[in-house]
Design a protein around this ligand. Structure first.
Ligand code: CAA
Length: 414
């Protein structure tokens, strides 16, 4: 089997029913709204209720990927859930997801944690599983599912969000095939963002975390091109996808990428250099960031949300073309890789596009948002939660913890 054909066969997003407009948050915090909408590039952020957790979002994204792409649950031989937002010190999110998706018992199932990097770790591991021959023709399901929480009145507050992206990985992918010889990795122990066991909220050294991200991009890129005579250069990429904690981060990342490629710094005070940087960013990066701008930081899934945005918009024009993907997880771990858009990707645009669900979302007032954050802080120990109290109508919901066991319920439309 050619390891250069392995890749993503199906993709789907699922997220919370409600969102907060960043302009409303800015006004409430006494900040100029332009700082959030222009400075960070964010319009709104998805806010989870106490009944929405990494399990419910992962299951709904997984169901959508399997159903809309016509994949039988019995075809799945590995399930990996990448998450920063674990719900138990011991039991993985993945095993709940395994049961609720009705996957085969002869399925390898586990959770990966490395801040925002867990899903990329899962994706590359599942590709290795297929390349090794151990998959025996089966597919892997990799799901990124997270709730990004920094707490009220913190610098990270406007960079929150929530959601899950499910990806089916196969030897004959319909959407994206990776170039196994152009996958570069990078690891360095840094304290840029972390969440101790006793804390619901992340701690971040925000400006330092941006530096760590950019250094990791350089390190992972260098590793991807360590083999000088390997296939494909990355000068002809039609799209450059990055981990997106907030949209403007991609501008900083793309500047660093161009500096790496050009072998020298870009001087933003130099009008023609700034103009060239902006044009390249607007052509190869910004068009695929509209979902991220509406949903916010979904940690492990952020990069793949941008991939959905790319594929749903232009897959027919981009068939056969190469793109790059950069995943960064604080702490830190990173991967830079190249992949090729499959000619069949354009047939699956409707299956991937989450716009209909996003149009149904409920806009929160500041009071409702702050109440949800308060309710979520004690949700793990509530014996009974009623999804209708939070405006939910149908879907899978977390409904409380009994005898220290989390309970889930599928609710149909009344
Ligand atoms: N109009 C337009 N732009 C404005 C503005 C205004 N009125 N006011 C400020 N800005 C701009 C600033 O110039 C700045 O842009 P540049 O960086 O391009 O100069 C931008 O808005 C942000 O302003 P500040 O840097 O002053 O904002 P801040 O000090 O409040 O912190 C932050 C921003 C560091 C991103 C903070 O939100 C944070 O800590 N976020 C969490 C950490 C994070 O997201 N890190 C990203 C890298 S780590 C990672 O990627 C992993 C992960 O997912 C966490």
């Amino acid at each position: 089997m050619s390891s250069n054909r392995i890749g993503i066969d199906a993709l789907a997003f699922s997220g919370p029913d409600a969102y907060l407009a960043l302009a409303d948050l800015a006004r409430a915090r006494g900040v100029d709204p332009d700082k959030y909408t222009i400075g960070l590039g964010q319009h709104s952020m998805a806010i989870a209720s106490p009944c929405e957790d990494p399990v419910t979002m992962a299951v709904q994204a997984g169901q959508s990927a399997l159903k809309k792409f016509g994949i039988d649950p019995d075809e799945i031989g590995t399930l990996i859930v990448g998450t920063e937002t674990g719900i138990d010190h011991s039991k993985p999110v993945a095993v709940y997801v395994h049961e609720l998706l009705g996957l085969s018992q002869n399925c390898r199932t586990f959770e990966t944690k490395h801040a925002c990097y867990g899903a990329m770790a899962g994706l590359t591991s599942s590709m290795d599983w297929i390349a090794s021959g151990r998959a025996r023709g089966r597919k892997a399901l990799v799901i990124a599912s997270d709730i990004a929480s920094y707490g009220l009145n913190t610098p990270g507050e406007p960079t929150q969000g929530a959601g899950a992206v499910a990806m089916v990985v196969s030897a004959d992918p319909r959407l994206l095939a990776f170039d196994a010889r152009r996958i570069g990795d990078y690891t360095r122990q840094v304290m840029d963002f972390w969440r101790p066991l006793y804390s619901k909220y992340a701690f971040a050294d925000g400006h330092y975390s941006i530096e760590c991200y950019l250094d990791a991009l350089a390190g992972a890129h260098q590793d991807a091109f360590a083999e000088a005579d390997g296939p494909d250069s990355d000068t002809e990429l039609v799209a450059c996808l990055y981990h997106i904690p907030f949209v403007r981060m991609a501008f900083k990342a793309h500047q660093r990428y161009l500096e790496i490629i050009q072998g020298g710094p870009i001087d933003r005070d130099h009008p023609s250099q700034l103009q060239a940087l902006k044009e390249d960013y607007q052509r190869r990066v910004l068009p695929w960031l509209s979902l991220n701008a509406e949903i916010g930081n979904i940690y492990t899934g952020s990069l793949f949300l941008s991939l959905i945005d790319l594929l749903r918009q232009q897959s027919s024009d981009l068939a056969g073309q190469s793109i790059s993907l950069f995943s960064y997880g604080s702490g830190c771990g990173a991967t830079y890789c190249l992949a090729r858009i499959q000619p069949t990707a354009c047939d699956w645009v409707d299956a991937m596009d989450p716009s209909a669900a996003l149009d149904q979302r409920r806009k929160l007032s500041m009071d409702e948002y702050e109440q949800l954050i308060e309710d979520c802080s004690s949700a793990d120990q509530q014996p009974h939660l009623d999804p209708s109290d939070y405006g939910h109508r149908s879907g899978l919901f977390y409904v409380g913890t009994q005898d220290h066991q989390r309970q889930y319920r599928q609710q149909e439309k009344a």
